[in-house]
Write a protein that binds this ligand. Structure first.
Ligand SMILES: O=C(O)C1=C[C@@H](OP(=O)(O)O)[C@@H](O)[C@H](O)C1
Ligand SMILES: C=C(OP(=O)(O)O)C(=O)O
Length: 423
């Protein structure tokens, strides 16, 4: 699918889609216990992969007829051995979380699309082996297809923290059902930490105890899950696109449904404010209002907020002066190498971008239209769409990738007045 974008401003109101990260966790955690309801879930390609995987472990999941709410009949702390290979499609979260759950069963084979098969899982496989499971990559390079054989019993795992927080979240979700206590020691700096904090929060709501330290976590074994009812908050990463669209076009937009939560990507509010946009957030009503203006470059540490990097790169390409993104090496291991992708594509649009090993240096200026590549990556496609609003005459390929996290993206942007056509 090609998205064609013309110069246009945006205005009006848009609802933030429900959080992808919260939805994955709510489905899996509810499925592991007796069952319950997930209210206002995100139904997208990635979360459908987690629904299928939870069903493969024995949960029964249905959708209410008129609303998207899910009702789940869970496995009562006894995930079953899947009958077949688990296909996680494009979803790293599903791959990592379900690999750990598979270690509680006799075993499973997990794989996904061509992007998933390039992403690293070595630290998780090493930890699962330390905890008593057999876990390996068929190609012996840490990448899917992965073979997991149970059972993980507990013990001490030494987990490399520098690549992804999803390995830690995966161990948090599975280890309460191990027979014995699990100790997880983080080696090095833990990247994307807020996502591990979301997992801890939701497990706490499900009645799970985890002793938290800075670099060490202790999870007692033999616990029981019970998440009866969970309402999914709005997604800050998805909200960053309409917010950035207003910021770069100097327009005014209200994003609704943005209540406080543990999402690290709420940092987008401070980033936009520091760059010169006027942002006000009513935390009670969940209304986030932005008025764009002249933007100025800043330095941003993206260690905790990897998913904002494509959005920040576009803001930097339009802002006055230089925007520097640092501490973002882990952003190279997403659906595509997002540092490289944004450097190459924004350069095609006339921006001056230097790619560094752990980030980007972007000197803003006037963008012009171009045919750009979306890399089958939802965040690259959405960020380049925002850039297209100021560049004009922009064509983005693989635009169907938005289905991964924000299926209504183009429709909503059009409703806000953006001149976008998809065919
Ligand atoms: O746990 C999660 O829900 C996520 C964690 C982050 O990944 P890493 O921890 O691999 O950086 C983030 O990029 C991803 O979109 C969602
Ligand atoms: C990297 C992402 O997700 P995942 O790791 O689940 O594929 C994302 O949504 O940007």
């Amino acid at each position: 699918m090609i998205a064609s974008v013309e110069c246009s401003a945006v205005s009006g109101e848009v609802y933030a889609p429900p959080s992808k990260s919260y939805t994955h966790r709510a489905i899996l955690i509810t499925s592991l216990g007796p069952g319950g309801r997930v209210l206002r879930p995100l139904l997208s390609a990635d979360t459908l992969a987690t629904i299928s995987a939870s069903e493969a472990f024995g949960a029964k999941i249905g959708k209410e007829e008129k609303k998207d709410d899910l009702f789940i009949d869970g496995v009562g702390d006894l995930p079953q051995t899947p009958e077949n290979v688990i296909d996680v499609l494009n979803s790293g979260t599903t791959l990592r979380f379900c690999s750990a759950v598979a270690a509680l069963t006799d075993g499973a084979v997990l794989t996904g699309d061509s992007s998933i098969r390039t992403r690293p899982n070595g630290p998780l496989l090493d930890s699962l082996r330390e905890l008593g499971a057999d876990a390996f990559s068929i190609k012996n390079n840490g990448k899917a297809p992965l073979v997991i054989r149970g059972k993980m019993l507990g013990g001490t795992a030494h987990l490399q923290g520098g690549l992804s927080s999803q390995f830690l979240s995966a161990l948090f979700i599975a280890s309460p059902l191990a027979e014995r206590e699990t100790r997880i020691r983080i080696v090095g700096e833990l990247k994307s930490r807020p996502y591990a904090e979301i997992t801890l929060d939701m497990l706490h709501d499900a009645g799970i105890t985890i002793e938290e330290g800075e670099q060490e976590f202790i999870v007692p074994g033999g616990q029981s899950f019970d998440l009866e009812r969970y309402t999914i908050p709005g997604d800050f990463s998805s909200a960053s696109y309409p917010l950035a669209a207003a910021a770069v076009t100097g327009s005014e937009v209200m994003v609704k449904g943005i209540l406080p939560s543990r999402q690290g990507d709420s940092a987008i509010i401070d980033i936009l404010t520091l760059m010169g946009a006027q942002v006000s957030w009513n935390r009670e009503s969940g209304d986030l209002r932005i008025k764009g203006g002249e933007l100025e470059g800043i330095e941003i540490d993206a260690g905790r907020t990897p998913d904002l990097v494509p959005t920040i790169a576009v803001l930097g390409a339009v802002a006055k002066g230089t925007t520097t993104v640092v501490n973002a090496e882990h952003v190279r291991h997403k659906e595509t190498d997002r540092l490289h992708a944004m450097a190459v594509e924004l350069t095609k649009m006339g921006a001056k971008v230097k790619e560094r090993p752990d980030g980007l240096e972007i000197t803003g200026g006037k963008l012009h239209g171009a045919s750009v590549h979306g890399y089958h990556d939802h965040r690259i496609v959405m960020a380049l769409t925002v850039a297209g609003l100021v560049a004009g005459e922009t064509r983005i390929d693989t635009a169907e990738a938005v289905d991964v996290s924000y299926p209504g993206f183009f429709r909503e942007m059009e409703r806000l007045g953006a001149r976008v056509r998809v065919e």
